[in-house]
Design a protein around this ligand. Structure first.
Ligand code: SF4
Length: 487
């Protein structure tokens, strides 16, 4: 078990696995060089990206994020403006300040390598960092994997290299390490253990507690209640400011070359200023379309996703590509549900976090591993659960909503055009946010009994992901990515 707070981390766009993870991994590499006293010997570093990180890394800013990590930056605090210009700055200077303190010569095009047609066997998002001394000898070499949602794991230096479309040999795929001290500590202190949704429901029914209270008890066993609540409300505050930033952005198009127009600012002006809309005049067709809550939910999701695509500050929820869904549904609750308040925000996020934990534990939240069902599907499921909880759903109704949220995303592929988190990602978040609200409508209409369990749906997602051809798993080698001609 691990803290559900880890499902909501503050990072930068556009991708948790391809931007946030590589920055963290590069930072971990230089931190270990510094902490072991080897930093001063280093005259050159080389970074190699494999698999999905190589295929779509350019569009995701993977290289720039990793170089910022080598400089000592972290996703929660990095200057997002610096990230956009870091390559030009390195090219002009020809140097890099490793860990912010040790200057070395740096040739960006030579020292950052995209190994396009190979992946590491253990995980599709692999990267290798090498540090050399002045004789050209390797001082240190580390392999890291970005396993989704900004989470990273160290790997073996001798991990097998295989073709991008090859299936890894049996037994070589990534397995969670069981020596994670934070996790072991959490397990020792958490009063309620659950490894599946059925176990979580069993705890709820045995104790009479709702899901959010079970999670609250676990979290507050690790840290003071004020800290848990404060962190969740900080997440909410950042989600709101991200929506506002997206609604008021003066940038007209998104970076990356596709010239995708930002739609949230115009949509915001129109929805906010339309008196007819505010009066809910349903007689005119255009007003009917714009006056529904769904139009606002679309806006909230688009605003966050456009900020993400523009490299802005983002909460991974549970990933950056799917970062618009939970804020949009939370904002729907905040704006349209009578009696909404900060207590409800906390309960929503605790419940959504519990469902995210189950996806991360028993499935995957990585598009490179299982396609978009693991990103947008899991975010929709989390948002459905959170909303159902604050609408007064029982634990079984919450499970029902979460299951509906993933079931109708099963099989969803990841095929971003140009390797950018823009098409289909941005609109897909808006669709999924509205789907989450609809899932809650259906779940609340029933009594919580349902045929397909959330555990079965998560297993189905994993099985489907394993059968999915790798060209549909964040490589931009199939689907829309090949049928939409890039400008
Ligand atoms: S298609 Fe889905 S999984 Fe792929 S980058 Fe976009 S949001 Fe992420």
């Amino acid at each position: 078990m691990f803290s559900v707070l880890d499902m909501f981390t503050i990072g930068v766009g556009p991708s948790s696995s391809h931007t946030v993870g590589p920055m963290r991994a590069a930072n971990a590499f230089v931190s270990s060089l510094r902490d072991s006293g080897m930093l001063a010997q280093v005259v050159r570093v080389r970074t190699v990206f494999y698999g999905s990180l190589a295929m779509t890394g350019m569009g995701h800013g993977t290289d720039r994020a990793a170089v910022a990590g080598l400089e000592g930056s972290l996703p929660s605090t990095v200057d997002t403006g610096h990230l956009l210009t870091i390559k030009q700055e390195c090219d002009q200077r020809g140097t890099l300040a490793l860990a912010g303190e040790h200057s070395i010569a740096f040739d960006y095009d030579r020292d950052v390598v995209f190994e396009l047609w190979q992946r590491l066997a253990a995980h599709p998002n692999g990267m290798r960092f090498q540090a050399f001394d002045d004789r050209g000898d390797v001082v240190d070499e580390q392999v890291w994997y970005s396993i989704g949602g900004g989470f990273i794991r160290p790997g073996r230096r001798d991990d097998l290299m295989i073709g991008i479309h090859e299936r890894p040999p049996q037994g070589s795929t990534f397995a969670e390490r069981d020596d994670d001290t934070q996790r072991v500590d959490f397990e020792a202190r958490a009063p309620y253990h659950f490894a599946s949704c059925s176990e979580l429901i069993e705890v709820c029914e045995r104790t009479g507690m709702p899901i959010c209270d079970v999670v609250w008890a676990n979290e507050t066993a690790m840290r003071p209640a004020g800290e848990v609540r404060g962190q969740l409300l900080r997440v909410w505050k950042l989600m709101r400011s991200c929506i506002m930033a997206g609604c008021t952005s003066e940038q007209t198009t998104l970076p990356g070359g596709l010239e995708v127009r930002r739609r949230a600012p115009q949509m915001y002006r129109r929805l906010a200023s339309n008196d007819d809309v505010l009066r809910h005049d349903q007689h005119r067709a255009d007003v009917a379309l714009e006056s529904s809550d769904a139009a606002w939910v679309n806006l909230f999701a688009l605003a966050v996703c456009e900020e993400n695509a523009g490299g802005g500050r983002i909460v991974t929820a549970p990933t950056n590509g799917a970062a618009g869904i939970i804020p949009a549904v939370l904002h729907y609750y905040w704006t349209f549900v009578d009696g909404a308040g900060e207590d409800g925000i906390v309960r929503f996020l605790l419940t959504a976090g519990a469902i995210g934990y189950l996806f991360k534990r028993n499935g995957s939240i990585s598009g490179a591993e299982v396609g978009c069902q693991g990103e947008v599907g899991s975010a929709c499921s989390m948002a459905s659960a959170g909303l159902c909880e604050v609408m007064g759903g029982t634990p079984r109704q919450v499970e029902n909503a979460a299951e509906i949220g993933i079931e109708h995303h099963l099989g969803l592929t990841c095929d971003p055009v140009g390797g950018l988190v823009q098409i289909p990602c941005i609109e897909r978040n808006a669709m999924a946010a509205n789907m989450a609200i609809n899932a809650v409508r259906m779940a609340m209409f029933g009594d919580g009994s349902h045929l397909v369990s959330l555990d079965q749906a998560i297993k189905t997602m994993m099985d489907t992901g394993a059968d999915m051809m790798s060209k549909y798993k964040e490589t931009s080698q199939g689907g829309l990515a090949v049928n939409v001609v890039e400008c």
